[in-house]
Design a binder for this molecule. Structure first.
Ligand code: ZN
Length: 276
């Protein structure tokens, strides 16, 4: 690959990086959007459960009130019929027995009348609570539904924007970035905070600040092929820099200590993108 040809690829990658950065930011925004609503949705589910429990309580209270009303009616009729029997009483003994029966019936009737009123009051109170809760639930339901619609529109709009970025990436790629370099590069930009291509100043990778071996830097300088930083996986290009520190002596020592240190480096290094 000629020097200017690689330079051209790097320029295209820098252009791509800008678009990819925006695209990934938008994608992560889309991903986080539904989470904003999850609290509201959970609240709605809780409110529905509470409403069901309240309705059940209300129905039970209604059953009790109806039963009490029936019991009261039975006691009332009992007392009336006992009083009617008074008209046909002929002996003192019968009179005493019936009087006792009427007294007892009156006590039962009074008690049941009180219970009837109390259970009906309970039903009325619960009925008001049910109505109130139902109105609040309706309101909440409407809010969540409208927020969901709003969110969907927002997501659709953002997706359309993502599609535009994709088209733009495609347009830049077609000018000379291979499929495999693009795939790797896109993954690096995504996983390395939007920085997928960095210069080397002296011997230092400006992406991770690691010192690279002299031979490796020389290869970058030659510009024969796309080189990836062995530490941060970013694509590297050579850039003259005034503040570059010469580490060659230091590196020389390291290389002497570890003969095979450069064995892992090179343009053919197979980057494991899953581990980035
Ligand atoms: Zn690096």
């Amino acid at each position: 690959m000629a020097d200017n040809e690689l330079q051209q690829v790097h320029n295209l990658l820098i252009e791509l990086q800008d678009v990819l950065k925006k695209k990934f930011a938008l994608e992560s925004e889309i991903e986080s959007l539904p989470k904003n609503l999850s609290g509201k949705r959970a609240e709605l589910i809780r409110a529905r459960e509470e409403f069901l429990a309240l309705t059940e309580k209300y129905n039970l209270a209604k059953e009790t009130a109806n039963r009490t009303a029936l019991d009261y009616e039975t006691a009332f009729n009992q007392r009336v019929s006992s009083e009617k029997k008074m008209e046909t009483v002929s002996t003192q003994r019968e009179f005493d027995a019936l009087s006792k029966e009427i007294e007892e019936a009156k006590i039962t009737e009074t008690g049941l009348n009180k219970a009837k009123k109390a259970t009906q009051e309970e039903v009325d109170a619960l009925s008001a609570q049910v109505a109130e809760k139902e109105a609040a639930l309706d309101q909440m339901d409407k809010e969540v539904t409208s927020k969901e619609a709003e969110l969907e529109a927002q997501i659709a709009e953002s997706r359309a924007e993502v599609a535009k970025y994709d088209e733009e990436c495609q347009r830049i790629r077609e000018q000379g970035v291979s499929e495999s370099v693009y795939t790797k590069f896109s993954s690096i930009v995504k996983n390395k905070n939007g920085l997928g291509i960095v210069p080397v100043h002296g011997q230092v990778c400006q992406g991770c600040n690691m010192i690279l071996p002299v031979q490796f830097v020389n290869e970058i300088h030659l510009g024969n092929s796309t080189m990836y930083c062995p530490y941060c996986s970013r694509i590297l290009f050579y850039e003259e820099s005034e503040d570059a520190i010469d580490y060659s002596a230091e590196l020389q020592d390291m290389e002497e200590e570890e003969q095979n240190v450069t064995a892992d480096f090179g343009s053919d290094v197979d980057i494991d993108l899953d581990s980035i």
